[in-house]
Design a protein around this ligand. Structure first.
Ligand SMILES: Cc1ncc(COP(=O)(O)O)c(C=O)c1O
Length: 391
C-alpha cells in the first residue's frame, strides 16, 4: 500500500495544541503552524484500526499491559536498533516528560545537580527546575561543518558533582544522531563520575539513513546498569495524544526502586487504548514508517535546496533524525524579538523561537517539516517574501 502524505488535513477545531493553541502562543491564528512536534499526517491505519476495535468492544474498562504489547516492543527494539530487552525490563509511562519527572523524583533529592546539554528540548530543564533540582547547563557547539558536537573537556568539567545526565538521543532541536564513539566517551565520563543517565530516545525510530541510532544503554555493560531509557511510538507514528510511552530499565536494583516509586501513586498504569495502539504501531507500522521517512527526507532536501537558492542568509542544521530543522538565522543580525516578529507577523509562520531551548538558541528558529510538501512550499515562499521585503 502506498500512503498519501500529500493529503492536506484541516486540524483546526480539533483542540490540537499545534493549531488551536496558536492564538495563545503567538497572539494570532492566521499562521501556518510549524512549531509543536507532531505531524500533519494521518496516524497510520493500523493504529486507528486497533483503537476502533477497542471502541467496538463497547466497554472502556481498566486494561492490562498485554503480551502483544511486551512482544511488539521487544521485537521492534531488536529489529530497529539491535538491542535485546526483556519483558520484565519494560515499564509503561504516561508520557516521556512525565517519566523524566518521576525518575528525577525517584533518583534525586531537592538541590541535587542534574546536567542537560542545551540547546535542548526545554522540558529537560523546566521539569528539573520545577522539581527544585539544580540544572547544570553544558552547552553543545556548532562546528565548521554545521554539525552540533560535544566539547568533551567541557562536558567532563560540567558533569562533576552531578547526580543525573538527561541525554537527548537523538538530539532535539538539532536532529543530531550521536555516534558510537560519542556515546562511548559520554559513557566513560559518566562512569568515572558515577552519574545516572536518563536517555530520552523518543525520536530514535525517525533516524534517517545512513545514520544509525544506538541506544545509550546498549553501549556497554556499565551503561546497561546505569541508564533509564525512555521510548515511545508517539513521534514515530504521530500518536502523541495517546499515552503510549515506556521506560526500559535493565538493572534489577534500579528498576525495583523505580517500580516501587511508581506503584506508590499508580503512575505506570496505561489506559484502554495505550497498549493495543502501541502494539499495532510496532507490529504493523514498519512499511508506513519506511514511506514516512522517505517523505520527510524529501521535505528536508527540498528545504535545503530552497534556502540555498532563495535565502542563502539562512543556514540549516541538517537533521540526521526526525522532522525538526534547526535554522541558523544569525546572519540576519536581528535581535531575537525582531526575528520572531519577522517569522510570525511578516511571514505568518508559527515556528519555535530558538531561545526556548536555552540561551544558545539566540538567532535560531525551529521549523517542523512533518507536513505535506505543498504546505512546506507555501511556508518557505512566505518566508522568502517576508525576508526579501525587509532586506
Ligand atoms: C526529546 C523529546 N522528548 C519528549 C517529548 C515529549 O514527549 P511526551 O509528550 O511523551 O512527554 C518531545 C516532544 O517534542 C521531545 O522532542
Amino acid at each position: 500500500m502506498v500512503y498519501n502524505f500529500d493529503e492536506i488535513l484541516n486540524r483546526r477545531g480539533t483542540d490540537s495544541v499545534k493549531w488551536d493553541g496558536m492564538k495563545e502562543q503567538f497572539g494570532r491564528e492566521d499562521l501556518i503552524s510549524m512549531w509543536v512536534a507532531d505531524m500533519d499526517f494521518r496516524t497510520p491505519p493500523c493504529v486507528i484500526r486497533a483503537i476502533q476495535e477497542r471502541l467496538e468492544a463497547g466497554v472502556l474498562g481498566y486494561t492490562l499491559p498485554s503480551d502483544q504489547w511486551y512482544n511488539a516492543i521487544i521485537r521492534w527494539v531488536d529489529t530497529q536498533h539491535q538491542w535485546g530487552v526483556k519483558a520484565e525490563e519494560i515499564i509503561h509511562m504516561p508520557g516521556i516528560v512525565r517519566g523524566l519527572a518521576f525518575a528525577l523524583q525517584c533518583f534525586t533529592k531537592v538541590h541535587d545537580r542534574v546536567m542537560v546539554m542545551p540547546p535542548v528540548y526545554h522540558p529537560f530543564f523546566l521539569v528539573t527546575e520545577k522539581n527544585h533540582r539544580e540544572v547544570v547547563y553544558s552547552p553543545l557547539h556548532l562546528n565548521d561543518d554545521n554539525e552540533v558536537v560535544i566539547d568533551f573537556e567541557q562536558f567532563e568539567r560540567d558533569i562533576e558533582g552531578c547526580k543525573v545526565l538527561i541525554l537527548c538521543n537523538p538530539q532535539n532541536p538539532s536532529g543530531r544522531v550521536w555516534t558510537r564513539t560519542e556515546l562511548t566517551r559520554m559513557a566513560d565520563i559518566c562512569q568515572k563520575h558515577q552519574v545516572l543517565v536518563f536517555s530520552d530516545e523518543i525520536h530514535c525510530d525517525l533516524t534517517l539513513p545512513p545514520y544509525k541510532h544506538i541506544p545509550f544503554a546498549s553501549v556497554n555493560e556499565w551503561t546497561s546498569h546505569h541508564t533509564l531509557t525512555f521510548m515511545a511510538p508517539s513521534k514515530t507514528f504521530n500518536m502523541p495524544g495517546i499515552s503510549s510511552s515506556f521506560c526500559i530499565v535493565q538493572d534489577d536494583a534500579l528498576r525495583e526502586r523505580f517500580h516501587t516509586f511508581l506503584e506508590a501513586s499508580e503512575l505506570e498504569m496505561g489506559n484502554v487504548f495505550s497498549y493495543s495502539a502501541t502494539a499495532a504501531a510496532f507490529s504493523e507500522g514498519a512499511e508506513w514508517l519506511y514511506q514516512l521517512k522517505a517523505y520527510l527526507q524529501e521535505n528536508i532536501d527540498f528545504t535545503a535546496q530552497f534556502l540555498e537558492q532563495n535565502l542563502p542568509e539562512l543556514r540549516m542544521i541538517r537533521p540526521q533524525a526526525s522532522y525538526l530543522i534547526y535554522l541558523d538565522c544569525r546572519k540576519l543580525q536581528l535581535p531575537q524579538d525582531e526575528l520572531v516578529h519577522l517569522f510570525v507577523d511578516e511571514a505568518r509562520l508559527a515556528l519555535n523561537d530558538g531561545t526556548m531551548f536555552g540561551k544558545e538558541g539566540k538567532g535560531f528558529m525551529r521549523l517542523n517539516v512533518g507536513c505535506p510538501k505543498a504546505v512546506l512550499c507555501q511556508a518557505l515562499e512566505q518566508l522568502k517574501a517576508a525576508i526579501r521585503k525587509k532586506f
